[in-house]
Design a protein around this ligand. Structure first.
Ligand SMILES: [Zn+2]
Length: 403
């Protein structure tokens, strides 16, 4: 996706003010490696739009007062929605500084088509706005994260597992239904945003994140925003081919030998006991057997432990390929189960060391950890704030509302 340079500078400056503020213009220029004139121009525009505020601080002793800049959290709000693994929709309202104001979770029921799901999402968002009496004119931006293959900037969903195949213009449908600016995005790209905006591990502007749960996803951050492919599609790292031949396991996607079928929690189940392939399995059917496997491993069962370690080896090999191909600098591997990092961290690292080129490996940091469900609201909120900061939002502090 092409974003113009001025918008990227504005995004970088606002993120710095949010993270470091109150901050002086001189510090802003230094951190973002920008000239004084550019900083004056950008901050002048942001002051005019009401997104930031100035504060004068008198120095101790003599001297001119310093002028410091902060985000004005009350300037606008953004609305985020994230569709979770059990089909639930988590809706959150966040102020311009990224502080959570409200959060609700709604069961979405069963939907066969993406169009019917979209109608239901619009309905839930409208109910949320009405129930909490949110002033519509202060909602600058709406962002929805979906576990789907999405083409942007059009916001067309091409594939959402468990739903009928076809392409659905979800962004357009939601924009029309809500009469607000809407962005939709693959949920793993939103996990990357959650790490970048809210994460404990400082990620900088360039990193790659892998999420491993029932399925596997990845997202790549470049220059402070997620990178999408030439067609605007997000990465499908979970479906890189890992095993070949007749015996290769089938994946949820219908293909054979995908990384998901070997290294996800679903892959661990298939390694621990004979089971049907994933193509004929609903992701939700894996949860109970996975819990049993994780409990057995925690209790010291060697069969369970080796199935989990094997998943780590597959992931480490695939990760080595990714590192060799892309030189990502920092890779965050995030498991949705808190016990997994300790159980398979070593097998990931061993496979990684064995299969990556030493020159790239020694310059790559790999951080393996657990991610709790908080990333869902954080990721959707960060996407909405990103759109707002880029100047794509509407509302009191925003720009155009003509889409
Ligand atoms: Zn697959």
């Amino acid at each position: 996706m092409q974003i113009d340079g001025t918008a990227l500078i504005r995004l970088a400056v606002l993120k710095t003010i949010r993270r470091e503020g109150p901050i002086s213009r001189v510090e802003l220029a230094r951190i973002n490696r920008l000239g004084g004139a550019t900083i004056s121009q950008v901050t002048g525009e942001l002051l005019q739009r009401g997104m930031i505020i100035e504060e004068r601080r008198s120095p101790e002793g003599k001297g001119r007062p310093r002028i410091l800049l902060s985000i004005d959290p009350s300037a606008a709000v953004v609305l985020g929605g994230s569709l979770g693994p059990r089909g639930e929709l988590e809706i959150s309202l966040v102020d311009l500084g990224g502080n959570l104001l409200l959060r609700d979770v709604h069961a979405m029921g069963h939907h066969r088509t993406v169009a019917s799901l979209t109608t239901s999402i619009a309905e839930q968002l409208r109910c949320f706005i009405d129930a909490h009496e949110v002033e519509r004119s202060v909602i600058a931006s709406v962002a929805i994260a979906l576990p789907a293959s999405i083409e942007n900037p059009g916001g067309v969903v091409h594939w959402l597992p468990t739903m009928e195949a076809g392409s659905t213009p979800v962004r357009g449908m939601l924009s029309r239904a809500l009469e607000l600016p809407v962005t939709i995005e693959n949920d793993i790209d939103c996990l990357a945003r959650a790490e970048h905006w809210f994460g404990r591990k400082p990620s900088g502007a360039d990193f790659t994140v892998l999420m491993v749960g029932l399925t596997i996803g990845s997202a790549e951050y470049v220059d402070g925003i997620p990178r999408s492919g030439a067609n605007g599609l997000s990465s499908e790292f979970g479906h890189v081919k890992t095993v070949w031949g007749e015996e290769a396991r089938r994946c949820f996607c219908g293909g054979r030998g995908c990384l998901t079928a070997y290294a996800s929690t679903a892959g661990m189940i298939l390694s621990s006991a004979p089971a049907p392939d994933l193509f004929s399995t609903m992701p939700s059917d894996i949860e109970r057997p996975f819990r049993d496997l994780a409990d057995a491993a925690a209790a010291g069962n060697e069969n369970a432990r080796s199935a989990i370690r094997l998943a780590g080896t597959y992931l480490g090999r695939a990760l080595a390929n990714l590192i060799n191909a892309r030189d990502p600098g920092l890779v965050l591997v995030r498991y949705t189960d808190p016990d997994m990092p300790a159980l398979l961290g070593q097998s990931i690292m061993a496979a990684l060391d064995e299969n990556s080129l030493p020159t790239v490996r020694e310059r790559t940091e790999v951080d393996i950890g657990f991610v709790d469900d908080g990333w869902r609201w954080q990721g959707a909120a960060a996407l909405a704030l990103e759109q707002m900061y880029l100047g794509e939002g509407a509302g009191r502090a925003g720009g155009s509302n003509d889409r």
